[in-house]
Design a protein around this ligand. Sequence first.
Ligand code: DOR
Ligand code: ZN
Length: 343
Amino acid sequence: MQQITITTPDDWHLHFRDGDMLGETVPATARCFARAIVMPNLVPPVVNAKLANEYKGRILAARPQGSNFQPLMTLYLTNQTSTQDIIDAKQAGVVAAKLYPAGATTNSAQAVSGIEALYPVFEEMQKQGLLLLVHGEVTESHVDIFDREKIFIDQYMAKIVQAFPELKVVFEHITTSEAADFVLSSANNVAATITPQHLLLNRNDLLVGGVKPHNYCLPVLKRSTHQQALRKVVASGSKQFFLGTDSAPHAKHAKENACGCAGCYSAWSALELYTQVFDELGVLDKLEGFASFHGADFYGLPRNSSNLTLVKQSWTVPDSVTLPNGEAIVPFFAGQTVDWKIA
Ligand code: DOR
Ligand code: ZN
């Protein structure tokens, strides 16, 4: 196939950041996605409805002229989150709350320690119909970084899902066969997002021939057997898996650093790269479900009514993008060839 037209997709997990950065990140996503679930790990984090509304206003103001892109806002859970915060968030149109185990990733220091203490909050989310989005990694320092997702499943994820059978739970950016199997064996109220980097790469792409800081994200890339398991699950067309880029910009100097930040800024190439993966797998017919239907259906939102066409045409991702404040950022797949292009 040389061309494919799909319903306009949505990105069910990304990081826009704030301030000047919005002038770069919002147009990059709005070029092809109609909606996006916006992660709340700002400094300070988006912990209540008021902050979410203000942040939404700044995102809307950064849209390109004529764009109808819609940000979907989320709340950052902490040990101080109250059931009233959940009620207020629902009333303000917030659609989900994000559980970061404290210390798991970028700007998560103020997040949740002692996940069980949040069960009353999960109970209220279940009642209000707010989704629970989970960064599924344990953070204990003795646990090997490559095992952190797998161990989170038994220690926390399975228990949460069992305790709240009506709560919609998204296992975000899954990276292992264990996570894929867990979702497949769960009821329809459990789903997962998958990033382009975890479908395209494995830990060799991070570590062989020198450390590749621009392929460093969290959860970290795993061994190739896990990459193959994720490719298999998207190829199956299961409704429990959908597109979430986890596009997460960091300035070049913060990535190319003795202590480099985690995150791949994929907004400029993600949809094209997903298309490339589905093409490689011989399942382009499954792309629309993954990119445009499964997420909206799971969130209980209408599917988009417009279309988007991709053509099989090679292009090269730029080596660098300049931020509105003059800083450089290296996009995911910089300098590499992508086989598909938005028409
Ligand atoms: O690689 C990542 N970057 N993983 C996350 O969970 C957070 C994100 C970020 O905010 O930079
Ligand atoms: Zn993320």
